[in-house]
Design a protein around this ligand. Structure first.
Ligand code: IMP
Ligand code: ZN
Length: 354
């Protein structure tokens, strides 16, 4: 039963047609099985099998095992050519799913064997974004440079400097910085300086926070920046070991939460869909944005995530529409793009919401 619910072809037309905003998508976690197939075929010597890169059906993995999956995907995506294909495929797939505005994020990587550098990595993604624009896809794509917390303060600082350069030279494509990576490794306090520098330079901050329990101290520190959006925030509220002071800070600064239902259930940080913290924040009237996190790894897409939220929490189509529209304001898009998106939603509404 559970696994049937998770099959993307079961998604109702309304959710597919619904115009959507995706704000939390890691590039390499978003690689579809079709793209993995192409990569596997081009690198037979790696002996990588499809089932090593995706968590299907009703399967679950520990968060640790999820991070092993990313390592496998990184082996498959190690050249400019691969990054270009992956980025274009992912953008096309989001567009085909009705996503009108997408913020992709990815950790710059280098590879001595293929000549990939951190700069050419980002440059290639930006080029893929431009090519998709030239192809006339009905999707506006922006990019967040990701800092992997595992790599410590020096790499974080280097990454911030690079992100600042790209922010100034990418014609508005690079809008912010992400903090992600295995939440059990490293501490936010070592990265605070780099994050502060990014913020001062005008980069928006989307930070993974309280993804696992017992990170109250770190979350308190990160909230002092404060960030512009929070990824997951699973353990912020006191009912799950968080703290009232954390919730108050998030509410006072009105910091939107990026919520990824299937990712959290399959990664086992949330016991079941109905126990997802979406409900807690949604009931408070706090800005919540439904996102996929890693649509490839977790075998989902944004339409399906909206449908899961609706069926789990009993949201009407009207409420789902409002949820998707409110995501526009939470994006890091410039104001004129936000206005254009609002107009698009207004125009589509009578066709889709009947
Ligand atoms: P990439 O940055 O495009 O290579 O996407 C994969 C990377 O995203 C992983 O290696 C992690 O650093 C990060 N990532 C993906 N999903 C999560 C998550 O749920 N929590 C924290 N980090 C994540
Ligand atoms: Zn994430």
């Amino acid at each position: 039963h559970d696994s049937r619910k998770e099959m993307a072809q079961d998604v109702q037309t309304f959710y597919r047609e619904l115009p959507k905003v995706e704000l939390h998508a890691h590039l390499n976690g978003s690689v579809s099985s079709a793209t993995v197939e192409k990569l596997v075929a081009s690198k037979p010597h790696l002996n990588i099998h499809q089932n090593m890169t995706a968590i299907r059906g009703g399967q679950r993995r520990t968060l640790d095992e999820c991070f092993q999956v990313f390592k496998v995907i990184h082996q498959l995506v190690d050249s400019e050519e691969d990054v270009m294909m992956v980025a274009k495929d992912v953008i096309q797939e989001f567009a085909a799913d009705g996503v009108k505005y997408l913020e992709l994020r990815s950790t710059p990587r280098e590879d001595g064997k293929t000549g990939l550098t951190k700069r050419s990595y980002v440059q290639t993604i930006l080029e893929a974004i431009n090519q998709c624009k030239e192809d006339g896809l009905d999707i506006d794509v922006r990019f967040l440079v990701a800092v992997d917390r595992r790599n410590g303060p020096e790499v974080a600082m280097e990454t911030v400097k690079m992100a600042e350069d790209f922010m100034l030279s990418s014609d508005g494509a690079v809008v912010g910085l992400d903090l992600s990576g295995d939440p059990t490794v490293g501490h936010g306090k070592d990265l605070l300086l780099a994050l502060q520098k990014a913020k001062n330079a005008g980069l928006k901050l989307a930070l993974h926070m309280s993804e696992v329990p017992s990170q109250n101290e770190e979350s308190e520190l990160l909230l002092s920046l404060p960030p512009d959006r929070i990824g997951h925030g699973t353990f912020l509220h006191p009912e799950v070991g968080g703290a009232d002071s954390l919730v108050e800070k998030v509410r006072k600064n009105n910091i939107p939460l990026e919520l990824c239902l299937t990712s959290n259930v399959k990664g086992q940080t949330v016991p079941s869909y109905d126990k997802h913290h979406f409900l807690y924040w949604y009931q408070l009237g706090h800005p919540c944005v439904i996102c996929t996190d890693d649509k490839g790894v977790f075998c989902t897409d944004l339409s399906q995530e909206y449908q899961l939220a609706a069926s789990t929490f009993g949201l009407s189509n009207e409420a789902v529409w409002t949820l998707s529209q409110r995501a526009i304001a939470c994006s890091f898009a410039p104001q004129d793009i936000k206005n254009q998106l609002e107009q698009k939603w207004t125009k589509l509404r009578p066709q889709i919401l009947h």
